[in-house]
Design a protein around this ligand. Structure first.
Ligand code: NAD
Ligand code: MG
Length: 338
């Protein structure tokens, strides 16, 4: 395996001991949005003893949920007034418009925060000069951010500061990460550029785009060769979890300890023929489109048009026969949360 850095790194990682959690004392935190991340951040910060208000549209479905969870809720402009921190946890596609709505109500010298750098990096939000702008990006979905916190653990986070008007942005962002449990696992310093570009690349090439296309291509190869779709489903989709769990817990080493020698030999000799130089060249192409703004431009235009292509392609994905076969088999495993 060739690594440009030879594995060396100048990574800066903060742990709980490096964080002054008291930086948040007496400071109100507005969480805008109550979806996957919003719910987890709001509840974790509240349980950590902080003053939290959730900013939501009064007619939206989340208002009742956040209220029922015991949180203080207000319309976005009311939530940001008097808050020292304003965290944007709505979908990325509405954050620009939402910032326009709340900007004039945000206190002087407050800090805008994000869990993903898209809107700052691609200049969909151009913050007022008196504000701090930082990022705490948990490297996991919201339900895990909540569950790990409740279990006394935490999801690792990235921290970045884009604008440091007060000179206090980094310690304050770290205190926020501490409040959601992220400092327990470690907080790595990055930039908005690095977080945005690597996050988009990961979800496009490996985690979402890459993994699902690999699964579907494997399923289709088996089914087209005459094998039973149910057997192909177990092989190509269901069993992926076993491998991913082993990788997550103990890397390649743990996976190789648990799979058979035959599986390992097949992996070592056949894997590089599947993910070959052609795939690596395509990955580089996808990365270049992220770096030069092509992807962002396309996604912003798609949203401006009301997401017609997005909806069409999503429906195609959901109509695929692997979904029909999978739904049937999963219904027999009632312990799965489907
Ligand atoms: P989500 O889609 O789960 O949540 C959206 C919530 O925003 C809704 O529940 C609603 O309460 C609110 N909302 C929607 N439109 C609104 C509007 N116009 N005004 C006010 N509120 C509105 O979002 P999410 O997946 O939690 O993502 C939030 C942010 O976190 C994004 O920046 C995303 O990139 C980032 N992030 C997400 C994950 C993840 O696993 N989901 C992981 C890391 C970072
Ligand atoms: Mg991600």
């Amino acid at each position: 395996m060739w690594l440009a850095t030879n594995g060396k790194s100048d990574m800066q990682m903060y742990s709980e001991a490096d964080v002054d959690a008291a930086k948040l004392n007496g400071k109100r935190i507005a969480i805008l949005g109550y979806g996957s991340q919003g719910k987890a951040h709001a509840l974790n910060l509240k349980d950590s003893g902080h003053d939290v208000v959730v900013g939501l549209r009064p007619d939206g479905a989340s208002w009742a949920k956040a209220t029922a969870d015991g949180l203080q809720v207000a319309a976005p402009r009311d939530a940001v007034k008097g808050s020292a921190i304003v965290m944007f946890l709505t979908p990325d596609t509405v954050q620009g418009q939402l910032y326009g709505t709340v900007e004039s109500a945000v206190d002087d010298g407050a800090m805008l925060m994000f869990a993903h750098g898209f809107n700052i990096h691609f200049k969909q939000i151009q913050p007022r000069a008196d504000l701090d702008v930082s990022l705490i990006a948990p490297k996991g979905p919201g339900d895990l951010v909540r569950r790990q916190y409740q279990e006394g653990h935490g999801v690792p986070c990235l921290v970045a500061v884009e604008q440091d008007a007060t000179g206090n942005a980094l310690p304050l962002a770290l205190a926020y990460a501490h409040g959601i449990g992220g400092a327990r696992a470690g907080v790595i310093e990055t930039t908005f550029k690095e977080e945005t570009e690597t996050d988009l690349f990961g979800e496009q090439a490996v985690l979402c785009g890459g993994a699902t296309e690999l699964v579907v291509a494997g399923f289709e190869t088996l089914v087209n060769a005459g094998y039973q779709p149910e057997v192909a489903y177990y092989e190509c989709m269901h069993e992926l979890k076993l491998i991913v769990d082993l990788l997550h817990e103990g890397g390649m080493k743990k996976m190789h300890e648990f799979i058979s020698e035959t599986a390992a030999y097949g992996d070592l000799t056949r894997g590089p023929r599947i993910v070959d130089d052609h795939v690596r060249a395509k990955m580089k192409e996808v990365l270049t489109e992220i770096q030069d703004g092509t992807f962002a431009k396309q996604w912003i235009a798609e949203n401006d048009a009301g997401q017609p292509e997005y909806k069409r392609m999503m429906q195609n994905d959901l109509d695929h026969s692997i979904e029909v076969v999978g739904a049937n088999l999963r219904s027999r495993m009632d312990w799965l949360e489907n």
